[in-house]
Design a binder for this molecule. Structure first.
Ligand code: MG
Length: 313
C-alpha cells in the first residue's frame, strides 16, 4: 500500500467542526481565528510503541490515548480543545486495518469533545509506530490556569485516584476538561497542572513562584486517594512497591492537581461535589514556606518518597 492509498483510507475518518473553513486536503487547514475575548492554547504530544503502548494494545485505545494526553493538558489550562493535526511515524509496510482502527479511536474521542481533526502527515519511522498530535484550544482571555501562583498556606487538591495506571487507566482515562473549565471559571485557582509523571514528579512544578523563590508542600499520607489498581499491583509477588508509593510516583494518572487559598478550600470541595458527583476530589495537603515535598504519616513528617516518572532514564 502506498502512502497516498493509506491517506485516502484515513481521510474519511477526519472530522470537522464549526470554525473549520477548510479541513484536510490542502497545504494547510484553514480555521477561523479565535474570538478577541479568547486566548489560544497550542500543545503537542507524542506516543511511541513500546513506551506508551505495546504492539498488541488494541489500536482504538492507542488512538484514543494519543489524543487524550493532549486533551488533558488543555484541561489543565482550563481550556476548550478545538482542532488537531496528526503525524504518524509508520514502520515499513504498516497494517492499514490497524492504522484505521487507531484513527477510529482517535476520532471517537475527538467527536465527543468537539475537536476537529483537520489534517495529518505520514512519515516512516523504521522500528516502531509513533503518533504525534498537535492540538489547538481556547480559553477566555487571561483565564488560563498556570503552574505558577501557589502561595504558602494554600490547600492542594487532586482529582480522581492515583497509581497503578499501567493496569489500564493510562489507556482509558477521561481528560478532565469540564472540571478544568469549571476551575478556570471559579477564578480562585492559584496554580494547576495535570498529573502525568506522578504527584511526586509534578507537584514540584506548582512550587515555583513568579518572584523566583521556591515553596514547599506538606502532604497528608492518609488523604492520598489510592487507585484500586495500585493496591492490586502491590499484591503481586515481587512488586515491592507499597500502594502509597505507587500512588505518588506512578506515571500517567492524568488527573488535575491544583492549589487554592485555604479559605476557598471548602467552597471548592462543596462546589465540585455538587457539580461532579462522579469524580472524586481530595484535599491532600498544603503549600508551605519550607522548600521540598514532605509526607505526614503515622511516623511523623518525612521527605517525599521516590520521584515521579522520569523520562530519558
Ligand atoms: Mg501536562
Amino acid at each position: 500500500m502506498t502512502e497516498f492509498e493509506l491517506i485516502a483510507r484515513l481521510k474519511p475518518l477526519l472530522t470537522t467542526q464549526p470554525g473549520v473553513v477548510h479541513g484536510a486536503g490542502d497545504d494547510c487547514a484553514v480555521l477561523t481565528a479565535p474570538a478577541a475575548e479568547c486566548d489560544q492554547l497550542f500543545k503537542t504530544d507524542a506516543i511511541v510503541e513500546g513506551i506508551h503502548f505495546l504492539p498488541d494494545t488494541e489500536p482504538e485505545r492507542i488512538g484514543r490515548k494519543a489524543l487524550a494526553r493532549c486533551l488533558s493538558d488543555i484541561a489543565a489550562m482550563g481550556g476548550t480543545p478545538t482542532a488537531a493535526v496528526i503525524t504518524l511515524g509508520l514502520p515499513a509496510s504498516p497494517d492499514p486495518v490497524r492504522i484505521e482502527a487507531i484513527y477510529r479511536g482517535l476520532r471517537d474521542l475527538a467527536e465527543r469533545h468537539g475537536v476537529a481533526l483537520v489534517g495529518g502527515e505520514t512519515t516512516t519511522n523504521p522500528d516502531r509506530l509513533l503518533i504525534s498530535i498537535a492540538l489547538l484550544g481556547t480559553v477566555p482571555k487571561g483565564r488560563a490556569l498556570l503552574r505558577t501562583g501557589s502561595r504558602p498556606g494554600d490547600a492542594i487538591f487532586v482529582s480522581g485516584e492515583l497509581g497503578g495506571s499501567i493496569l489500564g487507566h493510562h489507556l482509558d482515562f477521561e481528560p478532565r476538561l469540564e472540571q478544568g473549565r469549571w476551575l478556570s471559571e471559579l477564578g480562585c485557582v492559584h496554580a494547576a497542572i495535570d498529573v502525568s509523571d506522578g504527584v511526586a514528579g509534578d507537584l514540584p512544578h506548582l512550587l515555583a513562584t513568579t518572584d523566583g523563590s521556591v515553596l514547599g508542600a506538606e502532604l497528608l499520607k492518609s488523604a492520598i486517594p489510592i487507585r484500586r489498581a495500585a493496591r492490586e499491583a502491590a499484591r503481586n509477588p515481587g512488586s515491592g512497591k507499597p500502594p502509597i508509593v505507587a500512588a505518588l510516583t506512578d506515571g500517567e494518572d492524568f488527573e488535575l492537581l491544583f492549589t487554592v487559598a485555604a479559605r476557598d478550600a471548602v467552597p471548592v470541595l462543596d462546589g465540585w461535589k455538587a457539580r461532579f458527583p462522579e469524580v472524586p476530589l481530595s484535599c491532600i495537603g498544603k503549600i508551605t514556606d519550607r522548600p521540598g515535598v514532605w509526607l505526614r504519616g503515622e511516623d511523623g513528617l518525612k521527605p517525599m518518597i521516590g520521584k515521579g516518572y522520569e523520562h530519558f532514564r
